[in-house]
Ligand binder design. Structure first.
Ligand code: PRP
Ligand code: MN
Ligand code: MG
Length: 179
């Protein structure tokens, strides 16, 4: 697993520091209110669990399972909802929590879908942003880091379902996905 990593971009300490800042920012912005964090599985699972513990206002959690990449390295462009939210979000402050925004197709779809349910507010929080590959314009409210146009893995992010358990964010060696 580790031998497939080209380089580490953000190690555990760097991630923890930035996620602490994001949690504080969200807590300030919604002071005296409540938020519902919507984690987008599977990728956002690791980020979500670290982020919620850095939020000091009442925070509720729910998850959606969506997939557009499947086992391929390229997005299919078609987003499938495999598991929807459990509760109604009407009138609530919703924050979508993502691990990475790449083409933006997943979030563009999710944003439209959730806005139709009439939340009080809808914000987007992503750990990583890869702007070079964007196909749909997405306004990001909370962003951890920008990443270059390389194959990113770790800290929840996979290549063909592997590497999600790496404790850092790194770049996958080319030879692994080109063979
Ligand atoms: C990945 C990632 C984001 C999405 C970003 O999810 O976790 O959800 O792709 O790509 P986009 O901006 O080009 O749409 P994926 O569909 O691979 O599912 P996963 O989270 O289960 O890995
Ligand atoms: Mn995902
Ligand atoms: Mg994936």
């Amino acid at each position: 697993m580790f031998q497939d990593v080209e380089k580490i971009l953000f190690d555990e300490a760097v991630l923890a520091k930035r996620i602490g800042e994001l949690g504080e920012e969200i807590s300030k912005d919604f002071a005296n209110e409540e938020v519902m964090l919507v984690g987008i599985l599977k990728g956002a699972s690791v980020f979500m669990s670290d982020l919620i513990r850095k939020i000091s206002i009442p925070a509720y959690i729910d998850y959606m399972v969506v997939s557009s990449y499947g086992n391929s390295a390229e997005t299919s462009g078609v987003v499938r909802i495999i598991k929807d939210l459990e509760d109604n979000i009407e009138g609530k402050n919703i924050i979508i929590v993502e691990d990475i925004i790449d083409t933006g197709l997943t979030l563009a779809y999710l944003k439209k879908n959730l806005l139709n349910r009439n939340p009080k507010s809808l914000k987007i929080c992503t750990l990583l942003d890869k702007p070079s590959r964007r196909q749909k314009e997405i306004a990001i409210d909370y962003k951890g880091f920008e990443v270059p146009d390389e194959f990113i893995i770790g800290y929840g992010i996979d290549y063909a379902e592997k590497y999600r358990n790496l404790p850092f964010v790194g770049v996958l060696k080319r030879e692994v996905y080109e063979k």
